[in-house]
Design a protein around this ligand. Structure first.
Ligand code: PLP
Length: 452
């Protein structure tokens, strides 16, 4: 198991040539490492998968971030998804300052919670009732507990390479940072807990059917990212999501869509709206909080009424429904909703221009890649053959981490910040304009040549 700090992971080619201009970031990271594991609050930020020292951010505006050394980057990390309107959109900033003037936590109901909940119910087809929580991890953990409480069963099926947060029972063959760091199931997760989780390859409906047959009347839920974003971007195969729906119905299990990443991102109504498949429960996070700590789980009313105090499934939170988070989330959803067609058309257009441009840049550099995209989420996979499809974690893991790391370093050096791990998505926001995309493609033409 690779758990190296700072260097390790997929590559050691590192950002050495960029290092001289990152003096203040390096100093900041050295200081941070003394008091925090890896010097970070979440592992992927440490650059462990690509080598080198992480860039420490001073501020972000629009589609750009500036580091401590004063270097500016076109940002495709976008906080791993929440910032669909870019950094500091005016409407969200205004809503936050108003909310700040009223106080920022009460432990009592506020109208903002209901307003955001109503906006979610209006937007997401399957959600009739929801509960606010603070992170995607908490949403997934709570939704699984609810599915178990509702069905009276204990097993959960999940896909290899899908990430549903660092919940014990879901941190089994997980994607994202866990995959990059080679921690398929972390020490500290009891075997008895992991034993309740059954894993299947993504996009393999037959494997799901077999898992249900192997554990008759024992499966509480099938949890899935309807658009996988944590093994890099992997779209659902045609008929996969509807097949999951039918299979769950046949076996009386809950279908749980984890839309923490895809919710309000691939469409205003999420992947369930885009693909027309209705889950029983949905996890939301990231965009729903407009960049503040907020997430939610929700779904069919008869299932959700099992949550305390309406029902016996206990789940609570001191800061859940936090007024600042509600204000940022609501302002973000209102912006998206009020110009829904224009915003999602812009995001689609920018995503397409970027993906097409990246394919062309790689081809002209003689660098074989596969660019996969749904809307404004995309991943460049360093495949052996140009255009070879990535359909599951096995095919994602077979792509080159070393070539990715070289490309990452090349982009960073040229002022483009992409997520520092090959199993992540780039996120395009409404603030990514033609100039930013042009700069990105110019950088990519050179960086691909260094990643052949
Ligand atoms: N589910 C999915 C699909 C995610 O992508 C993530 C985080 O990236 C999570 C759950 C966990 O969310 P959080 O990091 O807010 O705990």
């Amino acid at each position: 198991m690779s758990k190296s700090k700072g260097s390790g992971g997929d590559a050691s080619t590192a950002t050495a040539s960029a290092a001289p201009t990152l003096a203040k970031s390096i100093e900041a990271h050295e200081r941070a490492k003394r008091v925090m594991p890896g010097g970070v609050s979440s592992p992927v930020r440490s650059f462990a998968a690509v080598g080198g020292s992480p860039v420490t951010v001073r501020e972000g505006r629009g589609c750009r971030v500036t580091d401590l050394d004063g270097r500016s980057y076109v940002d495709y990390v976008m906080s791993y998804g929440p910032l669909i309107l870019g950094h500091q959109p005016e409407a969200v900033a205004a809503s936050l300052s108003k909310a700040l003037g009223r106080g920022w936590t009460f432990g009592m109901p506020t109208p903002g919670e209901t307003a955001l909940a109503e906006a979610v119910v209006d937007a997401v087809p399957s959600v009739q009732v929801l509960r606010m929580v603070n992170s995607g991890t908490e949403a997934a953990m709570s939704a699984i507990r609810l599915a178990r409480g509702y069905t009276g069963r204990s097993k959960v099926i999940k896909c290899v390479g899908c990430y549903h947060g660092h919940v014990d029972g879901l941190l089994v063959e997980a994607g994202s940072g866990a995959a990059s760091l080679g921690v398929p199931s972390s020490p500290g997760v009891p075997a008895s807990v992991a034993g309740e989780t059954v894993t299947v390859p993504y996009n393999d409906l037959e494997a799901v059917k077999q898992a249900f047959e192997a554990y008759p009347d024992q499966v509480a839920a099938m949890a899935v990212e309807p658009v996988a974003g944590n093994m890099g971007l992997v779209p659902p195969a045609e008929g996969y999501l509807s097949g999951l729906r039918e299979t769950c119905d046949r076996h009386g299990a809950v279908l749980l869509f984890d839309e923490v990443m895809s919710g309000f991102r691939v469409a205003y109504g999420g992947a369930q709206d885009l693909y027309g498949v209705t889950p029983d429960l949905t996890c939301l996070g990231k965009v729903v909080g407009g960049g503040l700590p907020c997430a939610a789980y929700g779904g069919r009313e008869d299932v959700m009424r099992h949550v305390a105090p309406d029902g016996p499934v206990y789940q609570a939170g001191t800061l859940s429904g936090n007024p600042l988070a509600m204000a940022a989330g609501l302002a973000t959803l209102e912006q998206l909703r009020d110009a829904e067609l224009a915003h999602y058309a812009d995001l689609e257009g920018a995503g397409e221009q970027l993906a097409d441009g990246l394919r062309e840049a790689a081809a002209s550099a003689g660098c074989p890649v596969t660019v996969q995209r749904v809307g404004s989420m995309l991943t460049v996979f360093f495949t052996e053959e140009a255009g070879a499809k990535v359909t599951d974690f096995a095919s994602a893991a077979a792509t080159s981490g070393e070539r990715f790391a070289a490309f990452f370093a090349g982009m960073l050096q040229r002022g483009v910040m992409i997520p520092p791990a090959r199993f992540e998505c780039w996120f395009v926001s409404t603030a990514h304009d033609a100039d930013a995309i042009g700069e990105t493609l110019a950088a990519a033409r050179e960086a691909f040549a260094e990643a052949v």
